[in-house]
Design a protein around this ligand. Structure first.
Ligand SMILES: Nc1nc2c(ncn2[C@@H]2O[C@H](COP(=O)(O)OP(=O)(O)OP(=O)(O)O)[C@@H](O)[C@H]2O)c(=O)[nH]1
Ligand SMILES: [Mg+2]
Length: 635
């Protein structure tokens, strides 16, 4: 039932020219809410009813939702048509200045209002007023929050491939999340939906499972291949039918020879260790094999039983976008310093370029592996194949364990000075846990997993507690392989700090993409380029001398730094001395090549060690924030 006021307003609207859509009359029906909006808003509303309903929301922004008004007049053709008839354009009795205020008239209680109607009216008004106050409160809170919102802090994580950038950056490992006291914001990046409390994590685990399976299978295949080479050598005069079968299988799997890259990485380090040829153009040769290795039929059978893993590796690599050969990873050491490469980087971001299947933020590899193909049919086939892949891995479990724990195989590896446990993505001690159908990766597995980043991955965190509450941290994890480095450049102008990862255990290793280049040397070149860049001259650089744990185990094994770094001289071959020496090298480069004086912040880290890294990250966070605040004050 309408109150007299509502009827009066409807009449008023009709008299003065209601909007064609009758919104004036509609507003009258919502009078209690209008009245609760206070005199100014109420007046605006009533004026609207008097021929300009469309203007009401301009004065009372929240009214459209509250009262069901049309949107504010924006001059669009649609709205022009619906615009109410002007008061002056129709025969409407004009009021003199002494005439009664229409609002007062409209709001006055009816002369014949019964006590029940009065009670009802007052109740309606009270309720509407309460709603209005709540909305006011909400608007105020939002305004205050917006005023307080701190600008995000953007951190770019650079370094050569396998330096630990992704381990350091990605929040799956909870490292930054825990240290910053942050939780992933609800609606942002797909990558950030990973949390144990979140059902998305279940799906993410499926993706990580594939990575870890690939890491494990990859190492088994490397061992089988080396074993095949050894067997071949020992029986040079007698062709081994199983080895031939194995090679045929390999050729079928990939024209590029799936294992070549990994093999070269391992073999090239063997070459350095055995003091083989220094000619940079010569292919690395494996060290000579002691004759004491006695392969039996069991080894032949093992190799044959494990051969399906070649195809498994090829499938997993393809799904994860890791099926790239070495030539595709090659490139200039510092293409981001080169004009042409900058153009190239811009062109690479051109969306018309055919899409490739590899790790990049726009098409997260996790999303890709979950989707597994574009068409429904392909997805189905791939899903079936995934189940098959897991079955094969589970079926090979005992053979894999047998291979890895075999004493002849262990001798073979140690004769070649190959230390699988120091290689990234080492899971051979966990086969019985990982090669099962219901395997679920742990946080530690995820930290240790190896997946090459191509392109850029973005991670976002929002601080949940303390003074920094509400501050967003954005971390850019870029691919460190040479072919990916041109993509770094666009990020240089838009970050607050750079964390540079330099693994110091790599003094005796070669680059995966170019085995002629020493990895430590490559890090120096990169660091020099970053320090000397004019674009980055004002930016805070933080150096992580990473993989200290691997350095420790290498020095423990008696590897002498001076053999690979002659300038190291006769210093003590222990971790503190070696780390100090490398740190001084990086500091000298920074001092010498920075266009402007800058502080040198460096940390010795093993980023796979979550606990110790948390302390470092805390210090880094403080440092970046302090710098940020100082800069803001200077501005
Ligand atoms: N032992 C040890 N392993 C590490 C450390 N940091 C990284 N790793 C391992 O090294 C491998 C490579 O690390 P990533 O973070 O993927 O390397 P990246 O720098 O992102 O390499 P790209 O993606 O190719 O640029 C992973 O298997 C990590 O688990 C460390 O401090 N100690
Ligand atoms: Mg990476």
């Amino acid at each position: 039932m309408r109150t007299w006021e509502q009827s009066s307003l409807r009449r008023h609207a009709a008299l003065c020219g209601d909007a064609p859509d009758g919104s004036g009359a509609a507003a009258a029906d919502r009078l209690p809410a209008l009245r609760a909006c206070g005199p100014l808003r109420g007046r605006a509303a009533v004026s609207g009813i008097g021929g300009c309903a469309a203007a009401v929301p301009v004065f009372v922004p929240r009214l459209p939702s509250l009262c069901g008004f049309p949107p504010p007049f924006d001059g669009s053709a649609d709205q022009r048509q619906r615009r109410p008839v002007s008061v002056t354009s129709i025969a409407c009795p004009r009021r003199s200045s002494e005439s009664v205020d229409p609002l007062a008239l409209a709001l006055a209680p009816p002369p014949d209002e019964t006590p029940e109607e009065r009670v009802q009216r007052e109740r309606d008004e009270k309720e509407a007023r309460h709603r209005s106050e709540m909305i006011d409160e909400q608007i105020r809170a939002e305004r205050n929050a917006a005023a307080k919102k701190k600008p995000p802090i953007k951190v770019l994580i650079l370094g050569q491939s396998q330096s630990g950038q992704s381990v350091h950056a990605h929040p799956d490992a909870k490292r930054w999340r825990l240290t910053l006291g942050a939780l992933p914001p609800r609606q942002v990046d797909y990558d950030f939906q990973i949390t144990h409390a979140n059902s998305a994590w279940v799906e993410q685990r499926a993706a990580w499972r594939a990575v870890i399976h690939l890491n494990m299978v990859n190492m088994v295949n490397i061992i089988c291949r080396i074993m095949g080479t050894e067997m071949e050598k020992m029986n040079a005069s007698v062709p081994d039918p199983l080895q031939m079968e194995y090679e045929v299988l390999e050729d079928q799997v990939s024209e590029e020879q799936v294992l070549e890259d990994d093999d070269i990485e391992i073999l090239s380090s063997v070459q350095r260790l055995s003091g083989a040829s220094d000619d940079p153009n010569s292919e690395p040769e494996p060290a000579s094999i002691p004759v004491s290795l006695k392969f039996t039929d069991t080894h032949h059978e093992l190799k044959s039983a494990l051969s399906p893993l070649l195809q498994v590796q090829a499938d997993l690599e393809s799904w994860l976008g890791q099926n790239r050969n070495r030539s595709e990873l090659q490139g200039l050491a510092t293409p981001f310093m080169d004009e042409e490469a900058r153009d190239l980087a811009t062109r690479r971001r051109n969306p018309t370029r055919p899409r490739e299947f590899f790790v990049r933020s726009a098409s997260s590899w996790k999303a890709a592996i979950l989707a597994m193909g574009s068409s429904h049919e392909t997805q189905e086939q791939n899903r079936e194949r995934t189940v098959e892949v897991v079955k094969i891995i589970v079926g090979c479990k005992e053979h894999m364990i047998q291979l890895w724990t075999d004493t002849v195989i262990q001798d073979m590896l140690s004769n070649r000075q190959i230390h699988m446990d120091e290689q990234p993505g080492f899971f051979l001690n966990d086969i019985d846990r990982i090669a099962v159908e219901d395997y679920e990766p742990t946080d530690d597995d995820v930290v240790r997993a190896r997946l090459r980043t191509m392109g850029v991955q973005t991670y976002r965190l929002v601080i949940e507690h303390g003074q920094e509450r509400g501050r967003e941290w954005i971390m850019y994890d870029v691919g460190g392989v040479r072919s990916s480095r041109a993509a770094w450049y666009p990020y240089f102008t838009d970050v607050n700090a750079i964390i540079f990862m330099a693994p110091i255990s790599v003094f005796d290793e070669q680059l995966e993409e170019d085995y002629r280049v020493n990895r430590l040397e490559d890090s120096y070149i990169l660091w020099k380029a970053v320090c000397s860049s004019k674009l980055l001259s004002k930016l805070q650089l933080i150096l992580f001398l990473n993989k200290c744990d691997v350095l420790h185990s290498k020095l423990q094994r008696g590897i002498e730094v001076r053999r690979f770094v002659p300038t190291f001289g006769d210093r003590e071959n222990d971790v503190p001395t070696v780390a100090k020496y490398f740190r001084s090298q990086f500091r000298d480069i920074s001092r010498r090549w920075s266009p402007e004086p800058r502080g040198f912040y460096s940390f010795l880290t093993s980023v796979t060690d979550t606990k110790s890294t948390a302390v470092t990250i805390d210090a880094v966070r403080e440092g970046i924030l302090r710098n940020q605040i100082q800069n803001a004050e200077l501005i």
